[in-house]
Design a protein around this ligand. Structure first.
Ligand code: ZN
Length: 248
């Protein structure tokens, strides 16, 4: 099967934290995509194409945003609208309208406002896919089956109740997948994203790898990714990260 880069963003701000991309850099990245003849789509749109054609859409990237920071509304929407791109935003249902205090925030990020339900409703009406990212952003490997069900299925139900729309997609907090959480996610959602650093191809739909934009900070790297010239680099970074995870 052909491949698709599913890009991961978190917060658009100028703090320089590991989860931050500067708004101007994001706007430049969207222009780079458009100038290269690529479109930015939601995961839902990419999945529909894969289901209909047994292949990912050509000359597209999927744009995903984890956690639901309020700066998506202020900083990402204008750039997306300018290019007629869409995206998927994975919101933590228990933190909508709150702040990112589910864990100590990464260095330099500090406490930030999260999206509110009215903003999310407006985004959804504008064609942004709203996905689920659990209720409380817990490490799913540490939970009982009942707790995991509540975190995963509960977030879907809450978002659907608020928006009156089906929620199809899920992102695992921290990218951590356990056999139990995978089983629940397969039952509750059409597809789900991990943080495994790779372009997506024929992977199972509930374990889709993504490319975290933290690793693509240099402007030319996005162009290289689009030309599929970055696969070796991603492999090296993926293996380095796995080695670190094993050691700690
Ligand atoms: Zn997250």
């Amino acid at each position: 099967m052909n491949s698709l880069a599913i890009l991961t963003y978190h917060s658009l701000d100028t703090s320089g934290s590991v989860v931050s991309v500067a708004p101007q850099a994001f706007a430049d990245q969207m222009s780079t995509l458009a100038e290269a003849g690529f479109c930015g789509v939601s995961l839902r749109e990419a999945l529909s194409h894969r289901e209909a054609h047994a292949a990912w859409p050509e000359r597209c990237v999927a744009l995903t945003f984890d956690d639901g920071f309020a700066n998506f509304y202020e900083e990402a929407m204008p750039a997306l609208v300018r290019h007629s791109f869409t995206a998927t935003v994975f919101v933590i249902s228990g933190y909508v309208g709150g702040r990112n205090d589910w864990a100590p925030p990464p260095a330099r990020l500090g406490l930030r406002e999260m999206l509110t339900w009215p903003q999310i409703a407006e985004m959804s009406a504008a064609g942004i896919e709203i996905g689920a990212h659990t209720r409380n952003h817990k490490d799913l490997r540490q939970l009982s089956t009942a707790e995991a069900q509540e975190e995963i299925g509960g977030s879907r139900v809450e978002i659907e109740d608020r928006l009156g729309q089906p929620v199809d997609s899920f992102a695992y907090p921290f990218g951590y997948v356990s056999p139990t959480s995978l089983e629940i996610v397969q039952r509750e959602f059409r597809a789900a994203c991990t943080t495994v650093l790779r372009r997506a191809s024929a992977e199972p739909l509930h374990e889709l790898p993504r490319v975290d934009m933290y690793y693509l900070r240099a402007a030319r790297q996005l162009s290289q990714l689009l030309e599929a010239r970055l696969d070796r680099y991603l492999t090296v970074r993926r293996l380095a990260r796995m080695a670190r995870a094993t050691l700690t």
